[in-house]
Design a protein around this ligand. Structure first.
Ligand code: ATP
Ligand code: LTN
Length: 328
């Protein structure tokens, strides 16, 4: 059976880009494959975190994932730090990746060059090696992610191939999968940069838990352009194209299909807002129920970790043996 693995960081608030780029497919595809979904709390540590806040965010994110539709009976839902094999395989991956390769990662270049004098952790640099370990630890075939993570999954492929050719076939070589619409949801106020968790209260970010009124307002005020033609053209019409990606993503169509029938921005915005609200309303209702019982979520995560360990343990043992570490 096909094995699927993906992860999301417990930092900031989950937004529409996360949902359309990744989470919606996690829920849709969980019954079609043997799927593991991970709250990657260790990845959150690349920047300093408030400990109480990190604990709370990790639990809340797990609740939100269940609210989005993940069924902990059907898939394996767990927290990364509960399965120690991730960090152990990460070291083997750090030693398989080259310095040059890690230096070329766009996310590292972006995040490390943000503010002069800002603290840049070693973890921010080696992060893609930990992500490769996450993926390879489960003999993963497919990795559903948004476009921004494609380069990291590509690196995981390269590392798997390099390890296999050096030490004999050990890892399954994984592949990223992207959605037909919404692989890169852009900021509604600045369609040249991606919608991001870090831009929390920003008017250009739609959060999964935003009130319908707020969603309507944010979409109504989304930047478009001076023409009055609705067509999907990311270069010439980034704002309108972003709305079409959102509308398509929310209604299961390509952006080009979503464009059909619109001649004006007003109706496009109204329908996009309605589609997003329709998508988020049931998620918000389920989240409200789950939020009332954090102990139950903690129990489900513990169960998930036990299931994950059963796969991760043997794969790590295989990798350690292949590389020549002395068995105990
Ligand atoms: P941050 O902004 O803090 O870096 P993030 O919003 O990118 O975080 P992650 O936890 O890193 O969130 O990503 C979870 C998933 O959501 C990944 O598969 C990622 O590719 C996807 N994703 C994130 N932002 C977008 C976006 N704007 N459009 C589509 N997919 C996205
Ligand atoms: N790096 C990813 C989160 C992430 C991930 C993974 C995604 C960590 N490990 C494994 C897919 C598979 C991010 O920043 N969005």
């Amino acid at each position: 059976m096909t094995r699927v693995f993906s992860g999301i960081k417990p930092t900031g608030n989950v937004h529409l880009g996360n949902l359309l780029g990744a989470l919606a497919r996690w829920a849709d595809e969980q019954h079609l494959a043997d799927s593991l979904y991970c709250v990657v709390d260790l990845h959150a540590l690349t920047v300093p975190q408030d400990p109480a806040e990190l604990r709370a965010t990790t639990l809340r994110l797990a609740q939100l994932l269940i609210a989005v539709g993940l069924d902990p009976e059907a898939c394996t839902l767990f927290a990364q730090s509960h399965v120690a094999e991730h960090t152990e395989l990460a070291w083997l991956m750090e030693c398989t990746a080259s310095f040059g390769e890690l230096s070329r990662m766009t996310q590292f270049k972006d995040k490390s060059s943000r503010g002069a004098g800002e603290f840049v952790s070693g973890g921010l640099f080696t992060y893609p090696a930990l992500m490769a370990a996450d993926i390879l630890l489960y003999d993963t075939d497919l990795v559903p992610v948004g476009d921004d993570q494609r380069q990291h999954v590509e690196l995981a492929r390269d590392l798997a191939e390099r390890f296999n050719s050096r030490y004999g076939t050990t890892f399954v070589v994984p592949q990223a999968t992207l959605p037909i619409a919404g692989a890169r949801v852009m900021d509604l106020q600045d369609p040249s940069s991606k919608m991001s968790k870090s831009e929390d209260a920003a008017p250009g970010t739609i959060l999964l838990l935003d009130d319908p009124k707020v969603i309507e307002r944010k979409i109504k005020r989304a930047v478009t352009d001076a023409e009055a033609e609705v067509r999907y053209d990311v270069e010439a019409k980034p704002g309108v194209s972003n709305l079409l990606s959102i509308l398509g993503g929310a209604t299961g169509r390509t952006p080009q299909e979503a464009a059909a029938g619109y001649t004006q921005y007003g109706p496009l915005k109204a329908d996009t807002a309605a589609a997003v609200i329709e998508l988020l309303t049931p998620i918000q209702a389920r989240y409200a129920e789950l939020a009332a019982d954090p102990a139950e979520t903690a129990r489900l995560l513990a169960l998930g970790a036990t299931k994950a360990e059963q796969i991760a343990g043997p794969v790590l043992a295989r990798a350690k043996e292949a590389i020549g570490l002395l068995p105990r």
